[in-house]
Design a protein. Sequence first.
Length: 438
Amino acid sequence: MILKAREPARIMTAVGDSKTNRWHLQIANRWVVQYNFYINDRRWGRMFVRICPYLPFSARVCLNQHHWLANRMREEGIYFKQSGNAFTKCSTPERLQQLADSLDPRELSTCGQKWLARLTPFFTAKEREEAGCQHRLFFSQIEFCDNLIFHRRAALDSLGERLLDANRTIGQPNKITVIFGRRISKHHRGKLQTEIEDMNLPNPVIRSHYGNGFIKQYVRDHLILRTEAASNNVHDYGVNKSIQNLPALRNALSAINDNYLNVQQDILETFIDRGQLQRLAEPTITPTGKRIPGLRLDHPRQLALMHALVRFAHVAAGNSFTTAELYPHVVKALGSAPESYTLASLRYDLSKLRAKGLVAKLPNSRRYQILPKGYSVCLVFLKLFERVYAPLTAGLLSPVSADARTPDHKRSQLDRLYHRVIDDLDALVKAVGLKAAA
């Protein structure tokens, strides 16, 4: 397809006086008719060439390496699935990476010069050979993307919300310096900021600017988080514009993407809620249809059972035990009389842990075994309740009056940390506008 349109271009114009017949040429910006050729190249796939029919016949060639890679994999019989500018599936990803790294300036030049020679019929073959009339190719606009593919849209949405919140400060000059690897001085010209664009869309775009370049991050095709460095002037990254500098430019843009993701990693925690704690609290329905209650963080009988399960005495027996062996330790941890907590109650509480896959019964035996993940979950429940929830609640609802008069250096390390958390919680409550009733 060929489209004709008026677009701005830098062309040669003749300036002079017709009376004295004195003229000279100079470059000027003019709106002129240009021709846009949309081509399906045998080697590169879909591409685009724009030709200006005025001296010096400037042209723009737009190539997409994803299309080039798809053709290389078809030639080698590699199975893949492509979604826009991303490969979501590939039978041999190692070979895909090798092919991506094999792109060199010669591939760009061969394709560009082939179509420019066909689409600019202003010179004969003899003129091209004798006068050296040909286009030189330079980078005008470049994009380099990193695609993180998710299996569940819900997980991507959760990460996207956290990124939008965390990236409010990622545009600070010290962060931009890390991302683009270029020191910012008083001589810098251009934008230095992070913007959140297209707020009316389901997935806004996070864009950080540096000079004539930027890096943007957005959700594509519902399951892809794309991080994309781009530039309209590669000099900003210390790279010359000639296409012969493709390896250096690719390394620079790849480093920018990596730096951006590393900066985000510094402000995002790896452990995020994926619903496991909620599922532990929900009832379990056995294959026979029996309903077994879930686990609660503050249930005294459950916490006493967990206390008994994590005792080191079980290690020698391969973490195995019988209910009779476990019973006295649970009663002791619970601090109640044996009459108020029977062996049947213990078996009932133990069934909750079995239903969640934390404890297993050994085949052809009366013995039980606490599984590795069960041991870890028991420790988490105990630590959360006894060292976090219970102390902080006591400090908030019924603080010790003498603590207010005790100097910090005389408090234990844990006390100082608890007080710091309580003070920060008070500050948070005030910051969000929550006030205690008078």
